[in-house]
Write a protein that binds this ligand. Sequence first.
Ligand code: ATR
Length: 291
Amino acid sequence: MTSRGLRGTTRLAGLVGWPVAHSRSPRLHNEWLRRYGIDGAYVPLPVPPGRLEVALRGLQASGFAGVNVTIPHKLEAFRLSDVLSDAARRCGSVNTLRFAPDGSIVGDSSDGQGFVDSVRAAGVDPSRGPALVLGAGGAARAIAAALQAARVQVHLANRTRARAEELAELLAEGGDGPSPRVLDWGDREAALGDQALLVNTTSIGMTGASEARSPCRLDQAPTGLVVCDIVYAPRVTPLLAEAGARGLRTVEGLGMLLHQARAGFADWFGVDPAVDAALFDLVGNDEGGTG
Ligand code: ATR
Protein backbone atom coordinates (compact mmCIF):
# COMPACT_ATOMS: atom_id res chain seq x y z
CA MET A 1 0.00 0.00 0.00
CA THR A 2 1.28 3.48 -0.76
CA SER A 3 1.57 6.20 1.86
CA ARG A 4 -1.74 7.62 0.59
CA GLY A 5 -3.47 4.66 2.27
CA LEU A 6 -6.41 2.59 1.14
CA ARG A 7 -8.82 4.23 -1.30
CA GLY A 8 -11.68 3.17 -3.52
CA THR A 9 -9.25 2.67 -6.38
CA THR A 10 -6.79 0.49 -4.44
CA ARG A 11 -6.15 -2.86 -6.15
CA LEU A 12 -6.46 -5.69 -3.65
CA ALA A 13 -4.81 -9.09 -3.39
CA GLY A 14 -3.98 -11.35 -0.47
CA LEU A 15 -3.07 -14.73 0.93
CA VAL A 16 -5.77 -17.28 1.66
CA GLY A 17 -4.69 -19.97 4.11
CA TRP A 18 -5.20 -21.42 7.57
CA PRO A 19 -3.34 -20.23 9.50
CA VAL A 20 -1.85 -17.14 7.81
CA ALA A 21 -0.91 -14.99 10.80
CA HIS A 22 2.82 -15.75 10.53
CA SER A 23 3.10 -15.56 6.76
CA ARG A 24 5.84 -13.40 5.29
CA SER A 25 3.99 -12.82 2.02
CA PRO A 26 2.18 -9.60 3.10
CA ARG A 27 5.52 -8.04 4.03
CA LEU A 28 6.97 -9.04 0.67
CA HIS A 29 4.12 -7.87 -1.56
CA ASN A 30 3.52 -4.64 0.36
CA GLU A 31 7.23 -3.82 0.05
CA TRP A 32 7.02 -4.32 -3.73
CA LEU A 33 3.89 -2.13 -3.85
CA ARG A 34 5.76 0.59 -1.96
CA ARG A 35 8.84 0.31 -4.19
CA TYR A 36 6.87 0.56 -7.42
CA GLY A 37 4.49 3.25 -6.12
CA ILE A 38 1.44 1.09 -6.90
CA ASP A 39 -1.95 1.90 -5.37
CA GLY A 40 -2.49 -1.61 -4.03
CA ALA A 41 -2.61 -3.72 -0.87
CA TYR A 42 -1.94 -7.37 -0.02
CA VAL A 43 -3.74 -8.71 3.04
CA PRO A 44 -3.70 -11.95 5.06
CA LEU A 45 -7.04 -13.77 4.69
CA PRO A 46 -7.57 -16.53 7.27
CA VAL A 47 -10.02 -19.01 5.72
CA PRO A 48 -10.73 -22.25 7.60
CA PRO A 49 -10.83 -25.63 5.86
CA GLY A 50 -14.05 -26.17 3.92
CA ARG A 51 -14.68 -22.43 3.40
CA LEU A 52 -12.46 -21.79 0.38
CA GLU A 53 -15.14 -21.63 -2.27
CA VAL A 54 -17.37 -19.21 -0.38
CA ALA A 55 -14.32 -17.07 0.44
CA LEU A 56 -13.15 -16.97 -3.19
CA ARG A 57 -16.60 -16.07 -4.51
CA GLY A 58 -16.78 -13.27 -1.94
CA LEU A 59 -13.33 -11.91 -2.78
CA GLN A 60 -14.12 -12.08 -6.48
CA ALA A 61 -17.42 -10.23 -5.94
CA SER A 62 -15.59 -7.65 -3.82
CA GLY A 63 -13.26 -6.70 -6.64
CA PHE A 64 -10.05 -8.43 -5.55
CA ALA A 65 -7.56 -8.86 -8.41
CA GLY A 66 -6.62 -12.32 -7.12
CA VAL A 67 -5.00 -14.19 -4.26
CA ASN A 68 -2.25 -16.58 -3.30
CA VAL A 69 -3.44 -19.82 -1.78
CA THR A 70 -1.51 -21.82 0.79
CA ILE A 71 -1.99 -24.74 3.19
CA PRO A 72 -4.55 -26.38 3.40
CA HIS A 73 -6.28 -25.05 0.27
CA LYS A 74 -3.93 -25.74 -2.67
CA LEU A 75 -5.74 -28.84 -3.97
CA GLU A 76 -9.20 -27.34 -3.54
CA ALA A 77 -8.04 -24.19 -5.36
CA PHE A 78 -7.00 -26.45 -8.25
CA ARG A 79 -10.52 -27.91 -8.36
CA LEU A 80 -12.17 -24.50 -8.21
CA SER A 81 -10.10 -22.99 -11.05
CA ASP A 82 -11.93 -22.54 -14.37
CA VAL A 83 -8.67 -22.20 -16.30
CA LEU A 84 -5.34 -23.83 -15.35
CA SER A 85 -1.79 -23.02 -16.40
CA ASP A 86 0.41 -25.87 -17.67
CA ALA A 87 2.41 -25.73 -14.43
CA ALA A 88 -0.75 -26.04 -12.33
CA ARG A 89 -1.84 -29.05 -14.36
CA ARG A 90 1.59 -30.67 -13.92
CA CYS A 91 1.48 -30.05 -10.14
CA GLY A 92 -2.18 -30.89 -9.53
CA SER A 93 -2.34 -27.88 -7.23
CA VAL A 94 -2.62 -24.12 -7.39
CA ASN A 95 -0.99 -21.38 -5.31
CA THR A 96 -1.86 -18.29 -7.38
CA LEU A 97 -5.33 -17.25 -8.52
CA ARG A 98 -6.38 -14.41 -10.77
CA PHE A 99 -10.00 -13.27 -10.97
CA ALA A 100 -10.49 -12.56 -14.68
CA PRO A 101 -12.84 -9.79 -15.89
CA ASP A 102 -15.14 -12.41 -17.49
CA GLY A 103 -15.78 -13.96 -14.05
CA SER A 104 -13.50 -16.96 -14.46
CA ILE A 105 -10.90 -18.03 -11.91
CA VAL A 106 -7.45 -18.64 -13.43
CA GLY A 107 -5.16 -20.95 -11.44
CA ASP A 108 -1.39 -21.19 -11.60
CA SER A 109 1.31 -22.98 -9.62
CA SER A 110 4.41 -20.82 -9.33
CA ASP A 111 6.46 -22.93 -6.89
CA GLY A 112 8.37 -24.88 -9.56
CA GLN A 113 9.16 -21.78 -11.61
CA GLY A 114 10.06 -19.98 -8.38
CA PHE A 115 12.55 -22.71 -7.58
CA VAL A 116 14.07 -22.66 -11.07
CA ASP A 117 14.31 -18.85 -11.01
CA SER A 118 15.95 -18.89 -7.58
CA VAL A 119 18.58 -21.35 -8.83
CA ARG A 120 19.25 -19.21 -11.90
CA ALA A 121 19.44 -16.05 -9.76
CA ALA A 122 22.10 -17.79 -7.64
CA GLY A 123 24.22 -18.08 -10.78
CA VAL A 124 23.52 -21.76 -11.47
CA ASP A 125 22.10 -23.11 -14.73
CA PRO A 126 18.89 -24.89 -13.61
CA SER A 127 18.94 -27.17 -16.65
CA ARG A 128 22.17 -28.85 -15.56
CA GLY A 129 21.44 -32.30 -14.27
CA PRO A 130 21.02 -34.94 -13.14
CA ALA A 131 19.19 -33.87 -10.01
CA LEU A 132 18.36 -35.73 -6.81
CA VAL A 133 15.14 -34.50 -5.19
CA LEU A 134 14.57 -35.56 -1.57
CA GLY A 135 10.90 -35.87 -0.61
CA ALA A 136 7.68 -36.62 -2.48
CA GLY A 137 5.14 -34.07 -1.20
CA GLY A 138 3.62 -31.08 -2.97
CA ALA A 139 6.86 -29.10 -3.08
CA ALA A 140 8.76 -32.07 -4.52
CA ARG A 141 6.13 -32.45 -7.20
CA ALA A 142 6.34 -28.78 -8.25
CA ILE A 143 10.14 -28.80 -8.32
CA ALA A 144 10.54 -32.17 -10.02
CA ALA A 145 7.98 -31.15 -12.68
CA ALA A 146 9.80 -27.87 -13.36
CA LEU A 147 13.16 -29.65 -13.63
CA GLN A 148 11.64 -32.30 -15.89
CA ALA A 149 10.21 -29.54 -18.11
CA ALA A 150 13.78 -28.15 -18.28
CA ARG A 151 14.84 -31.61 -19.60
CA VAL A 152 16.71 -32.53 -16.40
CA GLN A 153 16.95 -36.21 -15.43
CA VAL A 154 15.36 -36.24 -11.96
CA HIS A 155 15.95 -38.89 -9.28
CA LEU A 156 13.44 -39.09 -6.45
CA ALA A 157 14.23 -40.44 -2.98
CA ASN A 158 11.63 -40.44 -0.25
CA ARG A 159 11.45 -42.04 3.19
CA THR A 160 8.20 -43.70 2.05
CA ARG A 161 9.29 -45.14 -1.30
CA ALA A 162 5.73 -45.75 -2.51
CA ARG A 163 5.05 -41.99 -2.53
CA ALA A 164 8.15 -41.40 -4.69
CA GLU A 165 6.97 -44.11 -7.08
CA GLU A 166 3.51 -42.55 -7.31
CA LEU A 167 5.06 -39.17 -8.04
CA ALA A 168 7.42 -40.62 -10.66
CA GLU A 169 4.46 -42.26 -12.40
CA LEU A 170 2.46 -39.04 -12.42
CA LEU A 171 5.36 -37.11 -13.89
CA ALA A 172 6.12 -39.83 -16.45
CA GLU A 173 2.49 -39.65 -17.67
CA GLY A 174 2.08 -35.88 -17.56
CA GLY A 175 5.48 -34.40 -18.33
CA ASP A 176 7.30 -34.13 -21.63
CA GLY A 177 10.87 -34.35 -20.29
CA PRO A 178 12.75 -37.45 -19.10
CA SER A 179 10.80 -39.74 -16.77
CA PRO A 180 12.03 -39.48 -13.16
CA ARG A 181 13.79 -42.45 -11.60
CA VAL A 182 13.18 -43.62 -8.03
CA LEU A 183 15.96 -44.40 -5.56
CA ASP A 184 15.76 -45.99 -2.13
CA TRP A 185 15.93 -43.44 0.69
CA GLY A 186 18.86 -45.43 2.09
CA ASP A 187 20.79 -45.00 -1.18
CA ARG A 188 20.57 -41.22 -1.38
CA GLU A 189 24.05 -40.49 -0.07
CA ALA A 190 25.80 -43.06 -2.26
CA ALA A 191 23.89 -41.73 -5.29
CA LEU A 192 25.29 -38.21 -4.91
CA GLY A 193 28.35 -39.03 -6.99
CA ASP A 194 26.22 -39.01 -10.15
CA GLN A 195 24.34 -35.77 -9.43
CA ALA A 196 24.82 -32.14 -10.40
CA LEU A 197 21.98 -30.82 -8.21
CA LEU A 198 20.62 -31.89 -4.81
CA VAL A 199 17.30 -30.47 -3.63
CA ASN A 200 15.84 -30.99 -0.16
CA THR A 201 12.04 -30.65 -0.19
CA THR A 202 11.48 -32.47 3.09
CA SER A 203 10.86 -30.57 6.30
CA ILE A 204 14.07 -31.89 7.87
CA GLY A 205 16.19 -29.00 9.14
CA MET A 206 13.32 -26.63 9.78
CA THR A 207 13.28 -24.42 12.89
CA GLY A 208 11.18 -26.02 15.60
CA ALA A 209 12.37 -29.58 15.07
CA SER A 210 13.64 -31.04 18.31
CA GLU A 211 17.20 -31.30 16.95
CA ALA A 212 18.91 -29.64 14.02
CA ARG A 213 19.24 -32.41 11.43
CA SER A 214 20.29 -32.73 7.83
CA PRO A 215 18.35 -34.91 5.34
CA CYS A 216 21.57 -36.08 3.66
CA ARG A 217 25.27 -36.39 4.53
CA LEU A 218 27.53 -34.94 1.89
CA ASP A 219 30.78 -36.87 2.35
CA GLN A 220 30.25 -38.56 -1.04
CA ALA A 221 29.27 -35.35 -2.85
CA PRO A 222 31.26 -34.44 -5.97
CA THR A 223 32.94 -31.02 -5.87
CA GLY A 224 30.59 -29.62 -8.56
CA LEU A 225 27.37 -30.51 -6.69
CA VAL A 226 24.98 -27.59 -6.14
CA VAL A 227 22.99 -28.03 -2.91
CA CYS A 228 19.52 -26.47 -2.62
CA ASP A 229 17.16 -26.46 0.36
CA ILE A 230 13.59 -25.25 0.28
CA VAL A 231 13.54 -24.86 4.06
CA TYR A 232 14.11 -21.13 4.74
CA ALA A 233 13.84 -20.89 8.52
CA PRO A 234 16.64 -21.05 9.43
CA ARG A 235 18.12 -19.54 6.27
CA VAL A 236 21.25 -21.65 6.67
CA THR A 237 19.95 -25.15 7.38
CA PRO A 238 22.22 -27.93 8.64
CA LEU A 239 22.33 -29.26 5.04
CA LEU A 240 23.42 -25.89 3.62
CA ALA A 241 25.91 -25.42 6.47
CA GLU A 242 27.59 -28.72 5.65
CA ALA A 243 27.58 -27.93 1.93
CA GLY A 244 29.15 -24.54 2.61
CA ALA A 245 31.79 -26.07 4.88
CA ARG A 246 32.70 -28.48 2.06
CA GLY A 247 33.02 -25.64 -0.42
CA LEU A 248 29.93 -26.65 -2.41
CA ARG A 249 27.67 -24.07 -4.02
CA THR A 250 24.38 -23.55 -2.21
CA VAL A 251 20.95 -22.11 -3.01
CA GLU A 252 18.87 -21.09 0.02
CA GLY A 253 15.13 -21.68 0.28
CA LEU A 254 14.21 -18.05 0.78
CA GLY A 255 14.95 -17.45 -2.90
CA MET A 256 12.15 -19.82 -3.94
CA LEU A 257 9.71 -18.05 -1.60
CA LEU A 258 10.61 -14.67 -3.10
CA HIS A 259 10.64 -15.79 -6.73
CA GLN A 260 7.40 -17.80 -6.58
CA ALA A 261 5.64 -14.61 -5.45
CA ARG A 262 6.55 -12.71 -8.63
CA ALA A 263 3.95 -14.39 -10.86
CA GLY A 264 1.00 -13.33 -8.71
CA PHE A 265 2.31 -9.80 -8.26
CA ALA A 266 2.74 -9.44 -12.03
CA ASP A 267 -0.77 -10.82 -12.65
CA TRP A 268 -2.51 -8.53 -10.16
CA PHE A 269 -0.44 -5.34 -10.29
CA GLY A 270 1.12 -5.43 -13.77
CA VAL A 271 4.81 -5.28 -12.81
CA ASP A 272 7.31 -8.17 -12.73
CA PRO A 273 8.99 -7.24 -9.43
CA ALA A 274 12.73 -7.50 -8.76
CA VAL A 275 14.19 -9.82 -6.13
CA ASP A 276 17.34 -8.32 -4.57
CA ALA A 277 19.51 -8.68 -1.47
CA ALA A 278 17.51 -6.07 0.47
CA LEU A 279 14.38 -8.18 -0.01
CA PHE A 280 16.15 -11.29 1.32
CA ASP A 281 17.00 -9.29 4.47
CA LEU A 282 13.52 -7.80 4.82
CA VAL A 283 11.66 -11.10 4.43
CA GLY A 284 14.26 -13.38 6.01
CA ASN A 285 15.03 -11.45 9.16
CA ASP A 286 13.02 -13.48 11.64
CA GLU A 287 12.34 -17.08 12.51
CA GLY A 288 9.26 -19.14 11.72
CA GLY A 289 6.54 -18.33 9.21
CA THR A 290 5.16 -19.98 6.09
CA GLY A 291 4.34 -19.05 2.50
P1 ATR B 1 4.91 -30.63 1.20
O1 ATR B 1 3.61 -30.75 0.48
O2 ATR B 1 5.15 -29.29 1.83
O3 ATR B 1 6.08 -31.06 0.36
P2 ATR B 1 4.42 -33.10 2.71
O4 ATR B 1 3.47 -33.63 1.71
O5 ATR B 1 4.04 -33.17 4.15
O6 ATR B 1 4.81 -31.57 2.49
O7 ATR B 1 5.84 -33.81 2.50
C1 ATR B 1 6.83 -33.74 3.42
C2 ATR B 1 8.01 -34.57 2.92
O8 ATR B 1 9.02 -34.59 3.93
C3 ATR B 1 7.64 -36.01 2.65
O9 ATR B 1 8.36 -36.44 1.51
C4 ATR B 1 8.08 -36.73 3.92
O10 ATR B 1 8.38 -38.10 3.73
P3 ATR B 1 7.21 -39.23 3.82
O11 ATR B 1 6.48 -39.22 2.51
O12 ATR B 1 7.93 -40.49 4.07
O13 ATR B 1 6.32 -38.81 4.98
C5 ATR B 1 9.33 -35.96 4.22
N1 ATR B 1 9.75 -36.06 5.63
C6 ATR B 1 9.21 -35.40 6.69
N2 ATR B 1 9.87 -35.74 7.84
C7 ATR B 1 10.82 -36.64 7.48
C8 ATR B 1 11.83 -37.37 8.20
N3 ATR B 1 11.98 -37.23 9.53
N4 ATR B 1 12.63 -38.22 7.51
C9 ATR B 1 12.50 -38.35 6.17
N5 ATR B 1 11.57 -37.70 5.43
C10 ATR B 1 10.74 -36.86 6.07
